[in-house]
Write a protein of this length. Sequence first.
Length: 742
Amino acid sequence: MNTIGAFMKRNYKVIILLLAVSAALWSFRSKKETQDPEKDQLLLELVTYLMERTHYDPPKLDDKFSQQVYSEYIKALDPMKRYFLQSDIDEFSKYELLIDDMIQLKDLSFFDLTYERITQRMNETKSIYSEVLEAPFDYTQMETFDADYDNMPFAKTPEELKDRWRKQMKLNTLSTLMDNIKIQEGKDVVEEEEEETDEYGNTIAKAKPAKKEEKPKEIKSFEQLEKEARETTKKSYDEYYDVVTDLERKDWFTVYLNSIVERFDPHSFYYAPENKEKFDASMSGSIEGIGAVLRKKTEGVEIAELVPGGPASRGREIEVGDVILKVAQSKEEEPVDVVGVRLDNVVKLIKGKKGTTVYLTIKKIEGTIKTVAITREVIEFEETFAKSSVIEDGENRFGIIQLPKFYINFENKDNRNAFTDVQKEIIELKKQNVSGIIMDLRNNGGGSLQTVVDMLGLFSKEGPVVQVKSSRGKQQVLDDKGTPIVWDGPLVVLVNNFSASASEIFAAAIQDYKRGLIIGSKHTYGKGTVQNLVDLNELLKKQPYGDLGALKITLQKFYRINGGSTQREGVLSDIILPDRYSYIDMGERDMDNAMPWDKIDRANYTPYNNDFTSVINKSKSRIAANEQFKLIDENAQWINERKDEKSISLNLKQYEEKQKEVDAKVKKFKAISKYNNKLTFTSLPSEIERIKTDTILEQKRDRWHESLNSDVYVEEGIRILKDIQQLTKVPTNTKKFSDKKL
């Protein structure tokens, strides 16, 4: 993602347009009332105005657009078709071709209708699941659960809808029941990696079974186990509805607004105020607060987790399990009772600027009540930041740098950022005399555009890194301007299907310069667009509706320096390593609203004089003969076969037989995670010093090193680095090309 400052410098015409938007919406400023519908109308007009006039390739707002918004919105409201009846859909359908007109008129009647109806239907289903779970299920019936939600029609009658819920509850209970039976029999419970979740991302299918070694003291009957399974299912849904009950009109309107915004492309998005804060935290890797993870409970807000080293943890007055009853911003202020208050609102009360103090009235685990004063600080999330390890393979030493995202704090550039952190890691690795580096960008979803441009310079000679094209056809080459090379030795970039955006820019540039080898999944994600975040409050500073949030808009596409786009296609790996998604199409190419692939002219750059053909061929031979990769490939084929299984038997014997087949396969593929590559992983000296006083960090690094020890991809990466070393007879040019005029 580009910075707002850079956006303003390069897009002055867009800024003029944004100012025009402020003028066009001036009439809203004089409003004294703060009714949500009026704020919604303002947001609808402002957001669609910006999208139509600043988006890279805005679609025409016509009947086709309206149909697409309608379809996606209904799907977002009820993806599993567990709430709406067909009569509801028939009523909604009269708006299917009118949404584009309603946008122009700021007409919210369709949203109002759906909001009222989804709220009504959700309230009605509360009684359904409670009633269904009161009595035991009949597991001798020959019936199935249909999970083909896309092709499934909506229920025609309340009775049909209730039966769908019955089958859903039965499946959830049956799954937990089978686990409980296995535990009682002393058998392993095989938990698949992909659990069933509801439409809001909550895990609903299973309760966590007891550990194998915790053998029950009494033998429970089937009836007892079945009752406990139903109670577990009910508890899961009670917790789910606890969250749903907290949803307000503004939350549902955000869903509606994004159904419109996301039809422009998958990466344009409206952020409600609280989501904007979460986005900022994810990009910077830090927040200002007390360092606690909260969870809503009936009696208040529970401390679910304390961030190690945070002010709440260091104070030792708060423990996990304590319940927050009230919050105050000063000793003199009357504290706010937070029992029954929406969790997001409680979080807002507790968070605040570093150096300020918040006063929490808490109920301790043992029942005592006390007030605790905590001074807020900047809390950093260690998992966000780059980390590295020295890898020893016999007498050889290599390094690995794992970068979760190209993070930066847009508001304070002096804070930690990916560029400076990676630079430090490389310098420390060099002091450990490593002879090659793996840059691990697996699951790296991107981040700051300028950060990746700067970072490329740490590894490669000066020159163009990426090309950017605006909606008006203006092209620009972004180059590394004088960043000193810090690592000029053998380099491997490890990617997967979920490496996206900035990760793809980095990988593509390394590949085009022939600076190193890209290894991993067949291709990366395929996100070749650039977004800018526009703070809507900056456009309408005096409106009476409070925080308006922010809009992320796709303004540009980026292209490789060879002229090709990463859009949809991604970056193709030089060496393909089998993974669990090898046979499943994933990424931007599978989205119907994704922008098309295209290409522009090649930039002026000179690749390194490296020929990796022999290295690639050696690796392909090793992969073909490697038993671990063969097992991974077999697992991928099995996953591909299972992805289309939509019908699940609810008959106990049939379900049990199917589970035996699945368990046998899962046990076989467990060997993948138990693999040992026999490499040794060691933290850097500076980190070892930190570990002496931070046992939590030590545990995190131990877990990371343990996962690296079972990682066959890292093992092959090391072998590739060794092969690249053999090419050192061909000199690598580490001098910057400052005479290039770009």
